[in-house]
Write a protein that binds this ligand. Sequence first.
Ligand SMILES: *Cc1c(COP(=O)(O)O)cnc(C)c1O
Length: 380
Amino acid sequence: MNEKKIWLSSPHMGGNEQKYVDEAFKENWVAPLGPNVTGFEEDIKKYLKKDGSKNEVAALSSGTAALHLALILLGVKRGDEVICQSMTFAASANPIVYLGATPVFIDSEEDTLNLSPEYLEEAIKDRITKGKKPKAIIAVHLYGMPYKVEEIHDIAAQYEIPVIEDSAEALGSSYKEQKCGTFGEISILSFNGNKIITTSGGGALIARNLEVKKKAVFLATQARDDAPHYQHSEIGYNYRMSNICAGIGRGQMEVLDDHVNKRRDMHQFYKNIFKGVSGIKIHNEPDNTYFCNHWLSVICFESSSKEFSREGLRMHLEKENIESRPLWKPMHLQPVFSEAPYYGGTIAEKLFQNGLCLPSGSNLTQEDRARISGSVQNYI
Ligand SMILES: *Cc1c(COP(=O)(O)O)cnc(C)c1O
């Protein structure tokens, strides 16, 4: 293994990040506030904007922090229940437990790999029958693929349950030309190192009005009441983004669309490789109302044998120093959530068994592609 490692998704700087960081040092804005924080928030707000849509952005220390605050802002308390897509990263579900609430997990559907509308409705009805109406629904655009926006939001509206839109993987994706991050009652983004753009670590809460954003910032900065001394009437958090990280974010926003195009190009590259390969299905947009950033390109083995399987391909790539990874292990199969209620069948479980994420970074070179292609061809 002497060749350089090909990562699943690694940070990719555009060039101007350093300039914004240098400005922060020059002006001594080395703090969790400053012009980069405000500027980064404005950049995201402009990017998400569609005529008539209202978005207010609060830059935070992580996507997880944004989810935690979203749940608090929606009034989730000890003993409440919150519905959550089972097939996701644990960070979607953990903040429910931070608040002493219980997650209720839901299976995926096969078109988008996201929240199943059928099982969602079944769960809501059953929880209501059991005497507990869920306080919120956490829906995720996994791997950048928009969930079934209309179906999910229709059900949520019918039962009057707010949706928290986990758009951590979906900045740059859209549904019917409306950007992901603008659909939820509250939406969140992540800028962790492996995401479509990064601030080294960070996140954002997207609110639909200024009042909610202000409340989010208040909670994220230790909930200090308006007084000359330190006065608190609520429990606060230290969740604001630093002005240094926000500087990286401003540079990254300049290259976001370019990164989306490059990731989509990687997906096209895999489509060509797997065209005509029987037994392997590549995860595509269900139709042209969906626009996926293809944060990660995903394939699924439809059949598997000793010679031909997800794990077989993964280990084959690993031997050549190429990183690939199984899809997220569903939350209802995680030891830590073994007690949580679950509604659904085995769709997410099968996706976990047979699905593989392939190297998808916007910074992969022609040489990297040749290595990946050669290695995959060799296996199949
Ligand atoms: C990355 C991620 C998060 C958490 O974001 P952090 O910024 O890493 O805290 C939440 N949900 C999903 C689906 C993610 O992929």
